[in-house]
Ligand binder design. Structure first.
Ligand code: FMN
Length: 164
């Protein structure tokens, strides 16, 4: 079997999760930023990760997802400033699944990622964004060791599902 971990990461959080997933894969494997993937053909499973931007998939990750081969087994992962388990991060996965309608999505994993202080500061100034900015502030320190362990468990589960 052969696995690819492809990720987009602006400030390094999603890359940390990508590396934890990569470490947990027990077969031939590659890890690359989405922009460096020349072809998504020939993998038994692709893990694809991105940070949640504006409750959705960032524009820079979209071309890779749209280009996934039909029938490709895929597992999505993301990092986000919002609390884990909320509706908004889930919405971003729904968007990702919609961008790859012919792929076979095995599952998805999300965890919190520290939000750039400049973003928090600018959102704090806008009354309509202040509640979210306060929530996002508590993502400091993530992804932490527990998040990395959870990502490894997710990788093992997805890998077991992908076995022929
Ligand atoms: C432009 C921008 C928009 C963001 N929008 C959201 C959002 O809508 N919801 C959310 O939970 N986090 C949002 N975040 C926070 C990031 O998803 C979070 O910090 C993530 O861990 C960053 O990952 P990275 O370091 O891999 O780029 C946003 C961050 C940026 C820079």
């Amino acid at each position: 079997m052969k696995a690819l971990v492809a990720y987009y990461s602006q400030t390094g959080n999603t890359e940390k999760i990508a590396r934890a997933i990569y470490d947990a894969i027990p077969v031939a494997k590659e890890i690359k930023p989405v922009d460096d993937v020349e072809s998504a053909q020939g993998y038994d499973i692709i893990f694809c990760g991105f940070p949640v931007h504006a409750h959705g998939v960032p524009g820079k990750a979209q071309p890779f997802i749209k280009g996934l081969p039909a029938g490709q087994k895929i597992a999505f992962f993301s990092t986000h400033g919002s609390l884990r388990g909320g509706q908004l991060p889930k919405q971003a996965f729904e968007e990702a699944i919609g961008l790859a309608p012919k792929a076979t999505v095995l599952g998805h994993f999300g965890c919190r990622g520290r939000v750039d202080q400049k973003i928090i500061d600018s959102l704090m100034k806008k009354i309509e964004h202040r509640a979210w900015a306060e929530e996002a502030q508590s993502a400091a320190g993530h992804p932490d060791a527990g998040d990395l362990e959870d990502a490894k468990t997710f990788a093992a589960e997805m890998f077991a599902k992908a076995r022929p």
